[in-house]
Design a protein around this ligand. Structure first.
Ligand SMILES: Nc1ncnc2c1ncn2[C@@H]1O[C@H](COP(=O)(O)OP(=O)(O)O)[C@@H](O)[C@H]1O
Ligand SMILES: [Mg+2]
Length: 414
């Protein structure tokens, strides 16, 4: 039987850990069979060079962690999506909606409990010769303190297109407000009602139809933000968190994204969920890293072997039909959104594919994570990430957390 080769391109920034993991797991997979055909995943790190728009890409799938800040490869992604049918996990055409603002709007329209949010005009004049005329003739004067007082303190002021906590301030009173606004300068800012106190911060990492809902502690240093905590949400809140994360992704055509939600009692409030191509570093995810790598390989294999067609543009109709249906309450809408997300991700077929074509993947990943090769990568990652005085401490820290995953996985596989 002939084997179909599928080339998976990795478009990378500074990271070495997860690409190494992805390459090792994909190589270990070898030839796999699905519905009478044999398949092989090959991997290659994408190079950046001039490209003719008529060149044909050799890749079947590309996983991107670079285009959110580097625009030459971003345009290459658009070209290969439009011209070569390369499967991309996040549509480059909805990257515009990667700013928080569009994602807030979409989720509010869908009836989610996004905290009250106002978009404030720029503090400093725009660097554009037309600004002065437009501002003089059309900008309404406004009283920021009055807007804030109406919303009620405490508030957060943060960029409309934020990421990595850049420019985020908590605003407790009018003095904080004015100083945060002064400092915003040329950044465009949201003012958002603070959700507090909240009981727990949940962060869902979603890859294709798989979501891992993790207990997140934003005040901890990076290596400690994800707690290893399996039952920190009630089953119904956990399901709601997963549905919200998968709704965002299916709506915007993102399949590799993280979604941050604050939980107050039984209420789930999404605050940040436009993080396409999120951080999946071993030093952030630790215990959850093997799951993330397994999911990335599984979803890539599924997309390649089933010739999944990327849907590049947002199709609002089916979502808004649910959102605007006066007969449906919030719980019924969530159920309908989950059905739409399952359809988008082809979730039933994906599960069937995983069981039929990749039955040994988890054991294979377990053997690799438990091997000296993984440990070498862990040590190299720590050495590359932390100052020398901290190496020993962090090697022990991450070995401990990965070891915990290994023993839990042994428990699952007997
Ligand atoms: N409305 C809010 N209520 C409570 N905390 C918030 C709110 N908005 C932001 N925060 C806090 O600020 C952090 C950064 O804000 P976020 O919107 O996630 O921006 P970024 O995209 O930079 O991560 C969050 O992780 C959370 O701890
Ligand atoms: Mg955030």
């Amino acid at each position: 039987m002939t084997v179909r080769n599928h080339l998976v391109g990795l478009l990378l920034g500074a990271e070495e850990d997860w690409p190494t993991a992805f390459e090792a797991i994909a190589a270990g997979l070898g030839v796999f069979d699905y519905q009478g055909r044999s398949h092989l995943l090959q991997t290659e790190r994408v190079r950046i060079s001039p490209f003719n728009l008529r060149d044909r890409a050799r890749h079947d799938v590309v996983i991107d962690r670079l285009a959110y800040w580097y625009y030459h490869p971003r345009e290459w992604l658009k070209k290969v999506a439009l011209m070569d049918d390369v499967y991309l996990m996040n549509s480059p055409f909805t990257f515009q909606s990667m700013e928080k603002h569009a994602a807030y709007c979409a989720l509010i329209r869908l009836g989610m409990k996004v905290p009250d949010t106002v978009l404030v005009p720029y503090k400093n004049p725009l660097d554009n010769v037309r600004w002065a005329y437009t501002a003089r003739n059309y900008n309404d004067p406004f009283d920021l303190a009055e807007i804030a007082a109406e919303m009620g303190y405490p508030l957060f002021m943060k960029p409309f297109d934020g990421g990595g906590w850049r420019g985020v301030s908590r605003v407790d009173d009018v003095a904080d407000l004015l100083s945060a606004y002064d400092q915003s300068g040329e950044m465009l800012m949201h003012l958002q009602k603070s959700v507090e106190p909240y009981d727990v911060f949940a962060r869902a990492l979603t890859i294709g139809p798989e979501s891992m809902v993790m207990h997140f502690r934003p005040d901890e240093p990076m290596h400690n933000r994800y707690a290893v905590d399996h039952d920190f949400l009630s089953p119904s809140v956990g399901a709601e968190v997963t549905t919200i994360a998968q709704t965002v992704n299916a709506f915007f055509r993102w399949e590799f994204n993280s979604c941050e939600m604050l939980i107050q009692g039984d209420t789930v409030l999404p605050i940040d969920y436009a993080n396409a191509c999120p951080d999946v570093a071993l030093t952030s995810l630790h215990y959850y890293f093997p799951w993330a790598m397994t999911a990335l390989v599984r979803w890539s294999a599924f997309c390649a072997a089933t010739d999944r067609r990327a849907r590049l543009h947002v199709d609002t109709d089916p979502w808004f039909a649910v959102a605007d249906d006066p007969e449906l309450d919030y719980a019924a809408k969530l159920r309908a959104y989950q059905r739409l997300a399952d359809e988008h991700f082809d979730t039933v077929r994906y599960r069937e594919f995983c069981a039929a074509a990749l039955p040994h993947l988890e054991e294979q990943v377990l053997a690799w994570v438990d091997s000296p090769a993984f440990d070498r990568m862990l040590v190299q990652t720590v050495v590359a990430t932390y100052p020398e005085a901290e190496h020993e401490r962090f090697v022990a820290h991450f070995r401990g957390l990965v070891g915990l995953w290994v023993s839990d996985a042994h428990g699952r596989h007997g």
